[in-house]
Design a protein around this ligand. Structure first.
Ligand code: DQQ
Length: 537
């Protein structure tokens, strides 16, 4: 299979063929995980959108089912777009989703399971009252910017709340509705949050996180022991940005923490390719799990040739960092079931310009954890004030460094590398110094990832909020043929990349650790596993 289809993944979620995009309605019901996604049954490009459906007992191995939601009513006849699941009292799932009506207007619809005793929830019935929320001349809602309802939450007054992504003129906003019965919804007179000089807020997600610890929190929880997260997907840059803040349930408004940045320059779940993400509360394992769509970086022609487009990232457990300023993300523990044939290295010094090969793993399909100790942080290069954009800095500095006066880094991994290093993707760190602190830059450089020119090979980068005098610099990368998901410093910063090597495919893939900084670094520990193939659809 991998000779004809070298870019198919072995443990990332994808259907056998065709286009996929946003994750929809993730939930757990009677011990079964449900995953729905935007799907085009007719081809490898976006269109004809239905909700495809798969279920799993471990979030890793998946069984496909018939499409759960597809055009069948006037209120969704031109498409069944994104939405979310809510578990109503008495363990009754309900889905709110956006339908495209005969006038191509965006409206919100309700669907519920036909048979609650079927744990696979194979059939869904739509409310005869659909649409439940729609643009009207009175409410001034933009008919083409009103979509992607969130999971709803119950207020202390017993009323349901939901938010819907929108745009009015140059304002992005999260329109709010309330309901007593989940069927009759009234628009709240103010949005939960808005921001000017922005495009459409797609796929909002709003949920509480515990102030301390990693345990997930149910939607209805509010109060002083939690913070709230508002994530929006920015249509014009295709980035998922979020703030940490406070939800005032009496006034139904959300206020980001002081000093947080909203909009284009806000915190991102992922500084690579990752969009339209959505969380759910896993009541079985008491955690909050994040799903995100990872689009291709290849051309539409190449997508059509290979017959498919899009994968889902490995689900991530998320919780609030001890600083309270950002989220931490880590691949769900179940992924470790696929680990096989462990390879280990300890206390290996990487001198300036050196590379070591990590042998004994299937490098096309691997999970790698590496931790570095920097010998001499004082050798770090001074961060110039104009170096504000981490992505730009990553592409200017690149994988090989020629810094006069010394540098700490770049050091990291070369993944999906051909044996002769004609192709590789490098994931690395460089430490800079500012007058009173160090700054850690994490990069994922795709510029040498493929000899084929027709791909988007943008270099991605992020500054990580860590103090390298206190913490080792560590990296975990999940490598799966055409995707590399990298987690910097225990999940403080994530970068996902799509790459399409022409030489580094199948058995011809190598894995290296490297240091191109002028100062030595020590690999305190490297552990790499071959990954087994998951059963996916
Ligand atoms: N994708 C859906 C929309 C959503 C967009 C349509 C985000 O509901 O706004 O497939 O990728």
């Amino acid at each position: 299979q991998h000779q004809q289809q070298p870019y198919r993944t072995s443990y990332h979620f994808q259907p056998p063929k065709n286009w996929i995009n946003d994750p929809n309605g993730p939930m757990i019901y009677k011990g079964i995980y449900h995953f729905f996604y935007q799907y085009n049954p007719k081809g490898a490009v976006w269109g004809n959108i239905v909700w495809a459906h798969s279920t799993s007992t471990d979030l890793i191995n998946w069984e496909p089912h018939d499409h759960a939601i597809f055009p069948s009513q006037p209120s969704d006849i031109n498409g069944c777009w994104s939405g979310s699941a809510t578990i109503l009292p008495g363990e009754k799932p309900a889905i709110l989703y956006t339908g495209i009506n005969p006038k191509n207007q965006q409206v919100q619809n309700l669907a519920v399971p036909k048979n609650l005793s079927d744990p696979y929830l194979r059939e869904w019935v739509k409310s005869p009252k659909n649409p439940l929320m729609a643009p009207t001349p009175q409410n001034h809602i933009n008919v083409s910017s009103f979509r992607d309802p969130t999971t709803a939450w119950l207020g202390r007054d017993g009323e349901w709340r939901v938010i819907i992504g929108s745009k009015i003129d140059a304002r992005g906003l999260a329109i709010m509705y309330r309901s007593k019965d989940f069927v009759r919804w009234n628009q709240v007179d103010h949005p939960l949050r808005y921001k000017d000089d922005m495009g459409m807020w797609e796929c909002p997600d709003f949920f509480p996180v515990a102030k301390t610890g990693r345990t997930g929190v149910e939607m209805k929880v509010s109060g002083s022991h939690v913070k709230h997260i508002l994530k929006v997907s920015l249509d014009d840059t295709k980035h998922d940005v979020y703030t940490v803040g406070t939800y005032n349930w009496k006034k139904d408004i959300y206020i980001p923490n002081k000093g947080s940045i909203e909009g284009y320059n806000g915190l991102r779940y992922d500084y690579g390719k990752y969009y339209a993400s959505k969380t759910f509360f896993d009541s079985q394992k008491k955690r909050r799990v994040l799903w995100g769509w990872v689009n291709e970086s290849s051309s539409v022609d190449d997508d059509i040739k290979k017959g498919w487009s899009g994968v889902q990232a490995i689900p991530r457990a998320i919780w609030l960092d001890a600083s309270g300023k950002q989220l931490i993300q880590w691949p769900i523990v179940e992924i470790q079931k696929l680990r096989n044939n462990k390879v280990k290295l300890t206390n290996e010094v990487l001198k300036k310009g050196s590379t070591i090969e990590v042998k004994g793993v299937t490098a096309a399909q691997a999970d790698v954890e590496i931790s570095f100790k920097v010998e001499n942080l004082k050798k770090a290069e001074i961060l110039k004030p104009e170096w504000k954009d981490p992505q730009l800095l990553c592409s200017q500095k690149g994988t090989s460094s020629t810094t006069e006066g010394g540098s700490v880094g770049p050091f990291g991994l070369l993944v999906l590398a051909s044996n002769d290093l004609k192709e590789y993707t490098s994931v690395f760190f460089t430490v800079f110094k500012k007058p009173h602190k160090y700054v850690v830059l994490m990069c994922s450089d795709q510029s040498r990832s493929s000899l084929h020119s027709n791909n988007d090979k943008t270099t991605y980068g992020a500054f990580l909020d860590v103090d390298p005098t206190r913490e080792n610099i560590s990296l975990r990368s999940l490598i799966d043929h055409s995707i590399v998901e990298s987690f910097g410093i225990k999940g403080k910063g994530c970068i996902t990349a799509r790459v399409y090597p022409t030489l580094a495919i199948g058995d011809n893939v190598s894995l290296y650790a490297f240091n191109n900084g002028t100062d030595s670094v020590t690999i305190t520990k490297l552990t790499a596993w071959s990954m087994k193939k998951a059963h996916i659809n």
